[in-house]
Design a protein around this ligand. Sequence first.
Ligand code: ZN
Ligand code: ZN
Length: 79
Amino acid sequence: MFCPVCNGIKRVEVNCDKCNEAMNDCGRTLEWSDPYAPYEPVSISGSARNQIGDANCLHTALCPSCAHTIEVCISEWQE
Ligand SMILES: [Zn+2]
Ligand SMILES: [Zn+2]
């Protein structure tokens, strides 16, 4: 199992829900550390957390236009 986004095979394909710009991957949400975060890491909502299993990788996507961030659940691929 591997995440195609972590491995650079795929881009996060999600649009900003505020301005509809294509968003950029900011890496795995769980690897975020405080020194680089402009504010407290977004707490993972119950519904998002429920989607995280062995087969999913949670990424943070950043809008280049308005700096809005969302969490995106990426399905990992079978090797
Ligand atoms: Zn990943
Ligand atoms: Zn935006």
